[in-house]
Design a protein around this ligand. Sequence first.
Ligand code: NAP
Length: 298
Amino acid sequence: MEKKILIIGASGALANALSRLLLAETNHSIYYLTSKDLKNDVDKNRVFKYHPLELKNVKNVCFNILPDVIINCSGFSDIVQSEEDRKLAWDLNVRVVENLVNISKILDSHFVLISSDLIFDGLKGPYYEDAKPNPLNYYGKTKHTAENICLSSLKKITVVRTTPYYGIPFSDNNTFLDDYIYKLFRNYNVNASDFFFTNPCFIDDLVITIMKLIERELYGVFNTGGAEWISHYDFAIKVSEIFGFNKKLIHKIKNPFEGVRMPLKNGLITLKTETNLSLKFTTLENGLTACKFRYFDK
Ligand SMILES: NC(=O)c1ccc[n+]([C@@H]2O[C@H](COP(=O)([O-])OP(=O)(O)OC[C@H]3O[C@@H](n4cnc5c(N)ncnc54)[C@H](OP(=O)(O)O)[C@@H]3O)[C@@H](O)[C@H]2O)c1
């Protein structure tokens, strides 16, 4: 069935990748709410230019479109900055979500929240969907609160948890994993932790998961992540091997996140998502090789 889908925070890295996939692979009508000018080739009549914290305007846009699905791709995902500017992190990660939850309830829209493995303390990761959250840092706390608001208020709610993703290394807002590719390509030094472990998620797997969950109208919590559990340092080494970058630029450091408390053994078990959606999440070898072809055409 053709759906009206509204993407909030449409200029972001994930929103961009998701919009491209939905336009290429589905007949859904995609609408965009963004505070910036969109660079990608989208129908300008379907772009609404508001910041997600302009709560009344966001509400009016939603009541005007009457979307079947609202996907929140906005958020404050800088872990260090979230610690320093707690009000902004709370406003963007919690208040914005609260507003969208209220709207979704009234309009009976399917709401999709993107959450993070940083809701866990990393003592016993990787984690299943039903593991008990215990965030260590402020970013994780805001994401956990947002999940609770959604799951306690809505029936048509899908929480898509992801580990740190990679696959868009030359966007305006590189994730820290994509930053390794960006820096090593320019022969800059990279500081990466050999203490923090997760299973990095290839962005293509994340957006395909979101698309399939919407199409199948599956509600609840679904994990996404990559096939390998690896330290941030070993991820950077893998990047250098696959791209042919200089390994000597990569330096082991305990915590490059300026002292912010981070989970040690984190990551997400993706069995439920892969089984429900008949997917197999990408290995690092394949994900990074795809990045190499995509960005360097070789
Ligand atoms: N990056 C990861 O590895 C990761 C991992 C787990 C979960 N997530 C979650 O996934 C979602 C999408 O993340 P992303 O990587 O696509 O983030 P992103 O590229 O930084 O995009 C976030 C969007 O939020 C909106 N925004 C409004 N005010 C902002 C502000 N002051 N600072 C930053 N963004 C602001 C912007 O959209 P407009 O300009 O269009 O208004 C921005 O493009 C977020 O909820 C994030 O918490 C990300």
